[in-house]
Structure formats: structure tokens, C-alpha cells
Design a protein around this ligand. Structure first.
Ligand SMILES: NC(=O)c1ccc[n+]([C@@H]2O[C@H](COP(=O)([O-])OP(=O)(O)OC[C@H]3O[C@@H](n4cnc5c(N)ncnc54)[C@H](OP(=O)(O)O)[C@@H]3O)[C@@H](O)[C@H]2O)c1
Length: 275
């Protein structure tokens, strides 16, 4: 039986994942800000569901939650860092607090959870770290700058970490969905555009949720398959929009770098100060 640890289990992809691993017969340490929201699952699945209140931005609590889950369940095979929040609006219009909160929830909390999960997994001889990223960790849309900053941050951190911890039998999976029909867009903070940005590229209505291609069940299913496979990919790019847009963006970036090859090499040479 596989034992999972999941953050942000109240709704969306996190809850779908919890429901599905319970349905498989696995055990799960489901963490969330309002544990009562899993009362229905607790009734159905008894002690295979362990619940704990956790706001992922409280690092001391993250550490305690991991320790309690290990003490209670014996081991953790898959640690899923799923909790996340969207903040949309022109970059200039966000308050300092909105910037800090977005980074705290999506980036710092993911880093701090991983820093505490790695010693647990290493001590038991291995395990899998699953980090929710996004297609927005490879490309950008105006109006989403701070969200992209957090997901590009997650991409860099976990790519480097993956190589550090691989010798300990720890596998790392970055999950990169496209637009998925969850509560994410309703729950997101939308910052009204100030006058200079009104009607501009950062002031566009997002696609209606019902027209988003990704399903939360499809994403949760793919995460489970990857986490349980013998050789999971470092990057699990999911959904049709993500595949089309990310491959296009990476190709464009590569072409732009290649076009600048000579200029890049020219900067190796010492240059006289002629100005
Ligand atoms: N939906 C998409 O289109 C999409 C695309 C790419 C990537 N993702 C990523 O996938 C992950 C899950 O998103 P989702 O679509 O399932 O979103 P969602 O439906 O809005 O669910 C977000 C979950 O994160 C939790 N959460 C937020 N802040 C938290 C905090 N400080 N502490 C603990 N839990 C917190 C929420 O809990 P509460 O109920 O307590 O607020 C909720 O359980 C996120 O990392 C998101 O960035 C989503």
C-alpha cells in the first residue's frame, strides 16, 4: 500500500488526488486549511485517511505535519506539493502584500516542504516528490507575472534538487498542466487594472472555466500514474493547450538564442573602454 502526503486537499486537483488514491486502497495524509471539508471522505475511508490542518505558508507547521504523518503512518512514499493560489492583474497594480503572499504560497512553501520532506524520504531509503508547477512555468501571459515568477521559480528549484536527491532514491516530478477546470480561477485574486493598464493586455478576461481543456480527473490520474511508475519523468507536461503552447514557446526561445550565438560568444573577449 502506497502512502501519500498531499497539501491543498480541500478542492480542485488536490482533493481529486486524495479521492483517487483512497479509491485505489492507498493511505493518505491529507493536509488542508479546513479539515472538515474532508468529513465525507473520512466517513467512507476510515483510518486510511489521516487529516491535518495545514496552511503551507507556516513553515514550522509544515515540519510538524510531516513529523506527525510519519509518526502516525510509518512512512511517506509520495509527497505532493499541490497547494497554490492565483493572483492576476498588471504587475504594477499588485500590492506589496499580494506579491509577497503569492511567492509565500506558491514558491517558498513548496521549497520549505521539499527541504523537510527530503530527509524523511532519504531516511526511509527513497520516495517521490511531486511538485505542482504549470505550463506557466515555461511561458508567460501578460497579467500573470507574479504567478509565472513563482512557477518559473519552482521549475528551477526542483530541476536542481532532483539531481541532488536522485542518489538517495528520491524521484522528483514537476507537474505542468495547462488550463484545468477547477476552482482555481474563481478562487484567484483579481486585481482591478489602474487607468494606464485598463483595456490593455494585462486587463483581459480569462477563458471561461468551462472552455478550459484540462479536467482535474485527467490531471490527477496522470499524476498517480507518474508517481507510481518505475521511472517517472522529471517534467509531466499535461493537457493539449500546455503541449502546444510550451513546445512552441521553447522552440521560439531556442531559435532566439541560436540567432544570438555570435553576440553571446563575442562577450567572452575583453573589450577596450572606448566610450
Ligand atoms: N487549475 C489550473 O488551471 C492549474 C493549471 C496549472 C497548474 N495549477 C496548479 O495546480 C495546483 C492546484 O490547483 P487547483 O487548480 O486544484 O486550484 P484550486 O481548485 O484553487 O485549489 C487550490 C488548493 O490550494 C489550497 N491552498 C491555497 N493556499 C493555501 C495555503 N496557504 N495553505 C494550504 N492550502 C492552500 C486551497 O485550499 P483552500 O480551500 O483552503 O483555499 C485548495 O485546496 C496549484 O499549485 C496550481 O498553481 C493549476
Amino acid at each position: 500500500m502506497t502512502t501519500w502526503f498531499v497539501t491543498g486537499s480541500s478542492r480542485g486537483i488536490g482533493r481529486e488526488l486524495v479521492e483517487r488514491v483512497l479509491a485505489r486502497g492507498d493511505r493518505v495524509a491529507a493536509t488542508l486549511r479546513a479539515p472538515k471539508r474532508l468529513d465525507d471522505l473520512a466517513e467512507r475511508h476510515g483510518d486510511r485517511l489521516w487529516r491535518r490542518r495545514l496552511d503551507v505558508t507556516d513553515t514550522a507547521e509544515v515540519e510538524r505535519a510531516l513529523a506527525e504523518a510519519v509518526a502516525e503512518l510509518g512512512r511517506l512514499d509520495v509527497v505532493v506539493s499541490n497547494a497554490g493560489h492565483g493572483v492576476f492583474g498588471a504587475a504594477e497594480d499588485l500590492s506589496d502584500q499580494q506579491v509577497e503572499d503569492a511567492i509565500a504560497t506558491n514558491l517558498t512553501a513548496s521549497i520549505q516542504l521539499a527541504r523537510r520532506a527530503v530527509p524523511v524520504l532519504r531516511a526511509q531509503g527513497g520516495g517521490t516528490l511531486v511538485q505542482l508547477s504549470s505550463m506557466g512555468g515555461h511561458l508567460t501571459f501578460p497579467g500573470f507575472a507574479i504567478y509565472h515568477a513563482t512557477k518559473w521559480g519552482v521549475e528551477g528549484y526542483f530541476e536542481a534538487l532532483a539531481r541532488e536527491v536522485e542518489p538517495f532514491g528520491i524521484r522528483t516530478v514537476l507537474v505542468e498542466p495547462g488550463m484545468v477546470r477547477t476552482s482555481f480561477y474563481d478562487a484567484a485574486t483579481r486585481v482591478p487594472a489602474s487607468e494606464p493598464y485598463r483595456g490593455g493586455v494585462a486587463d483581459q478576461e480569462p477563458l471561461p472555466v468551462e472552455r478550459m481543456p484540462g479536467s482535474q480527473s485527467g490531471v490527477a490520474h496522470a499524476v498517480i500514474e507518474a508517481a507510481l511508475s518505475d521511472d517517472p519523468p522529471l517534467r509531466l507536461l499535461l493537457n493539449s493547450d500546455a503541449h502546444e503552447l510550451v513546445t512552441g514557446a521553447v522552440r521560439e526561445r531556442l531559435a532566439a538564442f541560436e540567432a544570438r550565438r555570435e553576440a553571446a560568444f563575442a562577450a567572452d573577449a575583453e573589450q577596450p573602454r572606448a566610450y
